[in-house]
Ligand binder design. Sequence first.
Ligand code: ADP
Length: 268
Amino acid sequence: DAHSVLEVRVTPYAASQLMMVVRDVTLIKQLEEMRRDFIANVSHELRTPLTVMSGYLEMFDPDMAPPPAMWGKAQQTMLEQCKRMASLVEQLLALARIENSDKPDFEEEVDISDMLMNIYREAEQLNQEKHHSIELNVDESINIIGKEQELRSAFSNLVFNAIRYTPEGGEIIITWQKNGRGVEFSVEDNGDGIAPEHIHRLTERFYRVDQARSRDTGGSGLGLAITKHVLSRHDSHLNISSKVGEGSVFSFSFSNERIKNKKLETEF
Ligand code: ADP
C-alpha cells in the first residue's frame, strides 16, 4: 500500500559496480557533448565565410550586375573568405592527423635555429601592420629529435599569436636557450594579457577569449590545440603565464634526451 517502505539493501560490491556504471555514463555524456560542440563550432566557422561569399555572388545576378567599380572589392573579399576556409580545413586535418595517430618513433634531426629564422621571416610580413619590435635570442648549437612539420606548427603558432594578439607597437621576445635540464623555447609579449579563468581553457579546440576579435585576426581557434598535441607527442607540454594589462609568456621545454648538439665546424 501507499505507506509501505521499499527497502533496498545494496551490498558494497554492488554499490561499487553501480558507481562505475555512473562514472562511465558521465564520461560518455561528456564525450558526446564535446563531439556535439565540435560539430557546432566547425559548422559555424564554415558558415560565416559561406554567407559572406554568397552575398557577393548574389550581386552578380545578370539582371542587376554590380558596377565594375565594385568588382575589385568583391573579388578580394571572396578570395579572403576562400583562404580562411582553406586554412580552417587544413588545420582540422592537421589536428585529426596528430590526434588519431600513435606516437611515432621520431628519427628526424630538426635544425631549430634554421626553423626559427624561417618563422621569423614569415612573422615579419604579419608584423608589417603591427610594427612590433621582435627580438630573437637563439642558441644555434641545439637541434632536436622530432617531427619537423609538427614542431614548425608548434613554434609558429606561438610566435604568430604573440604578433596577432599584441596591440600595435608592442615588444616580443623569442628565446631558444639551454637551461639546467634541457632546452627551453619561450615567446614573451607585452600585450593585453589573459585573465586566469581563460588560461586553462586556451588549448581547447575553438576556445577563444574574445570570439569576435580573434576571428578578425584570421585565427581558426585551433592553433593552441594543435600545439598542445604536438608537444605531448614530443614529451613536452605548454606553459602559459599571463597578467592582464602586462602581457603573456608561452613556453615549453625539451629534456636533454631529445637534444642533439650540432656539430660545430672546426678549422684546422
Ligand atoms: P586563434 O586561431 O583564435 O588564435 P589559438 O588556439 O591559437 O586560436 O588561440 C586561442 C586563443 O588564445 C586566442 O583566440 C586568444 O584569445 C588567446 N591567445 C593566444 N595567444 C595569445 C597571446 N599571446 N596574448 C593574448 N591572447 C592570446
